[in-house]
Structure formats: structure tokens, C-alpha cells
Design a protein around this ligand. Structure first.
Ligand SMILES: Nc1ncnc2c1ncn2[C@@H]1O[C@H](COP(=O)(O)OP(=O)(O)OP(=O)(O)O)[C@@H](O)[C@H]1O
Length: 244
């Protein structure tokens, strides 16, 4: 049986009104999973609960079998979280930022430096490694933040809208980086409003609205359940969410 990277059971969260209402979701290891949903569906809230940034009202979250609510440090040690507006310390260069993040993870400085060098080359940031991030474009900052998320070699990578605002070249290099993570055996969860990205990249797709999972599966499975082989993901998404 395939290992489960993320298992969510009965997750619920209310702010002034219910946002997540009894969400069940299981994501197998080694996949790129796209979590879709209309604005306000609860995607970010769900992922913030998974990464320990928002406390659920009820429900369980397991990351590779680790109970993330009971053992948050163990769960965080194997998880990376890239928010839609990543916070970088602008006065630091990419090299300094990666050394700083590696220090937070208490990585051995020598192996952290080796990993930073590998990531900076891989994400095409090597020439800028000693330039302060403050003058970087959004895409470059996104790549520095991605390198920071990957420095401790997480098994599960969770990214909220990683492609928003990126030009085609930058988006391609981030997409390639994510696919390479999956090819290396990691699990990647992304939220996106760019349905073509989910359609082309994702191994499986989950659609949530109103705090519940409406549908889940491969694109072919979603098409099959929608009853039309020729449907685009956009057609399926609109059909499912317009009544939600
Ligand atoms: N800290 C908070 N306090 C109050 N309400 C919140 C808080 N965080 C989220 N919400 C509400 O929860 C709902 C879901 O928000 P969330 O950001 O999870 O949606 P989303 O699916 O990520 O949306 P989008 O696609 O627009 O980013 C929204 O109605 C939002 O206003």
C-alpha cells in the first residue's frame, strides 16, 4: 500500500463563522497534489492548520504517520511551508538567508553550506548569492523563499499559490523545481487558481468549497465522475463549485 504523506480526519475550524467543516483528506506520498477551490474556500486555513500555524477546533492531522497536533516539532521537521507572500529578510543576501534558515533548523553548518550551494545553482540564483534580496523581483524572491523551504530537505512541501505574479520563465523554473522534488520522491501540495497548472502538473486534484472536499482524484477520475470525457478542469471546477 502507498504510504500516506498527509492524512486529515474530521478537521474543523471556525472564526466568526465555520470555515472548515469536517474535512477529510488523504494524500499519498510521492505525488504532486493540487488543492483547488474558490476564493475563501478554506485552502490556506487548511494548510495553515497542517503546518501548525492555525489551531484546529477539532480533527486530526498526520504527516507521514506523525500526529502533527501532538508532536508539532517532529511534524514540522519534515515539512516545508511556503506562504503566498513569503517573508524574507530583505537585508540578507540569498546565501545569508539560507545560512540563517539552516541555523533555525540546527543544521550542521558545513552540510547546510553544501546544500545552499546546490539549491542556489539549481534555482539559478548563484550569480546573485551575495546580493541583498531587497532589490530582487517577486520571482527571484519566490525562488529564494523556495530554497529556504527546501534547505532542511523536507519530505512534504506545501506551497500556497507559488506561481502567482510570476512571468512565464520564472513560473516554468518554479514548476520544474516542484516536479523535480516529486521525481526525487518528495510529496508536493500546491494551491493554485491557475487551473491549467493543476491540469498539466498535478498527479491528483482536490476541490474544496465551503470548507468541505467536493471531489478528489486524478483528472481522468474527475472527468469520469463529471460524466464527460472532454471536460476541462475549468469546466469541472465551475460545475462543482457554482452550487457550493
Ligand atoms: N485569522 C482569520 N480570522 C478571521 N477569518 C479568517 C481568518 N483566516 C481566514 N479567515 C476566513 O476564512 C475563510 C477562508 O479563508 P482562506 O484564506 O482559508 O481561503 P482560501 O481558500 O485560501 O481563499 P483564497 O483562494 O482567496 O486565498 C475566509 O472567509 C476568510 O475570511
Amino acid at each position: 500500500m502507498t504510504e500516506s504523506a498527509l492524512r486529515i480526519r474530521g478537521l474543523a475550524k471556525s472564526f466568526d463563522k465555520p470555515v472548515i467543516a469536517g474535512l477529510d483528506l488523504e494524500i499519498a506520498a510521492g505525488q504532486l497534489y493540487a488543492l483547488l477551490g474558490p476564493n475563501g474556500a478554506g485552502k490556506t486555513t487548511t494548510l495553515r492548520m497542517v503546518t501548525g500555524l492555525t489551531r484546529p477546533d477539532t480533527g486530526s492531522i498526520e504527516i507521514f504517520g506523525i500526529d502533527a497536533r501532538r508532536h508539532p516539532l517532529e511534524a514540522k521537521a519534515i515539512t516545508a511551508w511556503l506562504p503566498d507572500e513569503p517573508m524574507l529578510y530583505d537585508k540578507l543576501s540569498p546565501s545569508e538567508y539560507l545560512a540563517f534558515v539552516a541555523g533555525l533548523w540546527r543544521m550542521d553548518p558545513r552540510s547546510a553550506a553544501e546544500e545552499a550551494e546546490r539549491l542556489l545553482h539549481w534555482l539559478d540564483l548563484w550569480e546573485e548569492r551575495d546580493t541583498r534580496c531587497e532589490g530582487f523581483s517577486r520571482g527571484m524572491k519566490q525562488k529564494v523563499a523556495l530554497a529556504g523551504a527546501l534547505i532542511h530537505d523536507p519530505r512534504l512541501l506545501i506551497l500556497d499559490e507559488p506561481l502567482t505574479g510570476l512571468d512565464a520563465n520564472m513560473a516554468r523554473s518554479v514548476k520544474d523545481a516542484l516536479r523535480a522534488q516529486v521525481d526525487a520522491g518528495k510529496t508536493v501540495i500546491v494551491t493554485t487558481h491557475i487551473l491549467e497548472v493543476a491540469e498539466r502538473m498535478a498527479d491528483r486534484i482536490g476541490i474544496i468549497a465551503g470548507g468541505k472536499l467536493l471531489e478528489e482524484g486524478t483528472l481522468e477520475e474527475l472527468r469520469g465522475r463529471a460524466g464527460s470525457e472532454g471536460m476541462t478542469l475549468e469546466d469541472i471546477f465551475i460545475r462543482l463549485t457554482s452550487g457550493a
